[in-house]
Design a binder for this molecule. Structure first.
Ligand SMILES: *Cc1c(COP(=O)(O)O)cnc(C)c1O
Length: 471
């Protein structure tokens, strides 16, 4: 094949830049920005001609060069991070952004960040203030702790606490609590990075109080208890309660630190869920320091909240690491908002999306599934088989791992395309719809789908049919 003809038929960069559509894009995004994509397209085409053996394919590529340029530009122009519809039923889905924040809180954040604020300014005294002051009073009142602060996330909180109280010393922790959370937080690794030597005691299934006591030596700086958020050991097991550990800590004058994971502020067993240790419970028991995530069951922004004895919290605030791990104004205001909801538990369960989704009734979900079915079946029915089916939602985020929430989903099985192809197409929509495939059925669990989402789902399917994306 004589490729020279093809090389010659690659449109010249100048000519492409004169194209009506390209010119419009240049006006919007500057000539230089567009020029780069145009150059890249012609270079890629030249390379393609060099390696390809199919004249048909080469011709097609040359004919489609404008599309190629526009697609390339689109990767830079269109937003990468976008709203997604979560049809997985997993409420705290770390890949999908974990805790959803309410509109009310988003509005508050908007007001604070689009102008100046008293983030670190004491309005009363006219002097420099603390970014923790906005939520410290409320969270201490709710939990009964003496003082509070927050850092970037709970992993950072654990790092900071260990580094502050036990650098170059030993911290005793049970082998049954050396957890890994979400693949990237491992208790032993975090301890190592904080400059602390881990002293493991007990076995995977059993740790006794005497295991801790025997391990205490002159280098011991603290006793650590980690909530095994995402798994449970059942059967022949024994662990030391927080109360016992605190007694031991008092006896040897060692601080007891607890990583409680999810940071629940209300007793979830009242609502028919398993009991998850509350922060108040730990404070009541007399723990010195407890830390937890902001965006797990608490339902707030990503943060690591630390509460406990004032003297110790003050020491944390003075650690240079705190400067590197500090929260920004988005988080400070969001935390203040979320904690305010917890002043009245009834408000919390009504206004915090995470709690609302956990407590969403089967009837409510059933109504939503029926409505969605009734709208979608007439338009999708000739392409797909639709059904309503019971399913189980998970809380996720390594919280309450054994809890299964009875839910209902819409299952969709395409008649001629594969279920995997449908799943991919839905995932690539303007507002991506993410679901699960179970036994070759595409499932949308409506526990995590709002009424506004339902409209988007319907519009998306309608559009996909018009565009011939569902066959
Ligand atoms: C989730 C979790 C962490 C990590 O919290 P992030 O806020 O995700 O950093 C640490 N410890 C425990 C026990 C957890 O459950």
């Amino acid at each position: 094949m004589d490729k020279n003809n093809y090389y010659r038929s690659i449109p010249k960069v100048d000519i492409l830049m004169e194209n009506e559509e390209i010119r419009k894009l240049s006006e919007m995004y500057t000539r230089d920005f567009v020029l780069q994509s145009v150059r890249k397209a012609t270079e890629d085409l030249r390379e393609y001609i060099r390696i390809s053996e199919s004249e048909d394919e080469i011709r097609k590529k040359i004919d489609n060069i404008l599309e190629y340029i526009k697609n390339d530009l689109d990767e830079y122009i269109s937003f990468n991070m976008k709203k997604v519809i979560n049809g997985t039923g997993t409420i705290l889905h770390t890949n999908l952004g974990r805790a959803v924040i309410s509109e009310d809180i988003a509005e508050k954040i908007n007001k604070i960040v689009t102008g100046y604020s008293n983030l670190e300014y004491d309005l009363q005294e006219g002097v420099r203030g603390s970014r923790y002051s906005h939520f410290e009073k409320i969270i201490t009142k709710i939990t009964g702790a003496e003082a509070a602060m927050a850092v970037n996330n709970n992993a950072a909180a654990v790092l900071l606490i260990l580094n502050t109280f036990a650098k170059d010393k030993e911290v005793i922790v049970s082998r049954g609590e050396l957890v890994e959370i979400g693949g990237s937080f491992r208790v032993p690794d975090v301890m190592e990075h904080s400059g602390v030597k881990l002293f493991e005691v007990g076995t995977t299934n059993k740790t006794h109080l005497y295991d801790y006591e025997r391990a205490i030596n002159v280098d011991t700086a603290a006793l650590l208890k980690v909530h095994t958020s995402n798994y449970q050991i059942v059967g022949f097991t024994e662990s030391v309660s927080l109360e016992e550990l605190i007694k031991l800590g008092r006896k040897y004058n060692l601080p007891v630190i607890e990583d409680i994971g999810s940071g629940v502020l209300i007793d979830l067993s009242k609502y028919g869920l398993s009991y998850e240790p509350t922060v108040q419970n730990s404070i009541n028991a007399g723990v010195d320091i407890v830390c937890f995530s902001g965006d797990k069951l608490l339902g707030g922004p990503q943060a690591g909240i630390i509460v406990g004895k004032k003297q110790l919290i003050d020491k944390l605030k003075r650690n240079q690491l705190t400067r590197a791990l500090r929260i920004d104004k988005f988080t400070a205001i969001a935390l203040e908002c979320v904690f305010r909801e917890y002043i009245d538990e009834r408000k919390a369960v009504k206004n915090i999306p995470v709690l609302k989704m956990i407590l969403k009734s089967f009837e409510e979900i059933h109504q939503q599934v029926k409505d969605l079915y009734n709208i979608l079946n007439p338009i999708l029915g000739s392409y797909c088989e639709l059904n309503i089916q019971k399913c189980e939602s998970q809380i996720g985020g390594g919280s309450l791992p054994l809890e299964r929430l009875i839910s209902e989903c819409l299952t969709i099985k395409p008649k001629s395309m594969t279920t995997a192809a449908l799943e991919e197409k839905l995932r690539l929509q303007e507002v991506p719809i993410v679901g699960r495939i179970v036994n070759d059925y595409f499932m949308l669990d409506l526990r995590t789908v709002t009424l506004e989402d339902m409209e988007i789902i319907c519009d998306t399917f309608k559009k996909m049919i018009v565009m011939g994306e569902i066959i």
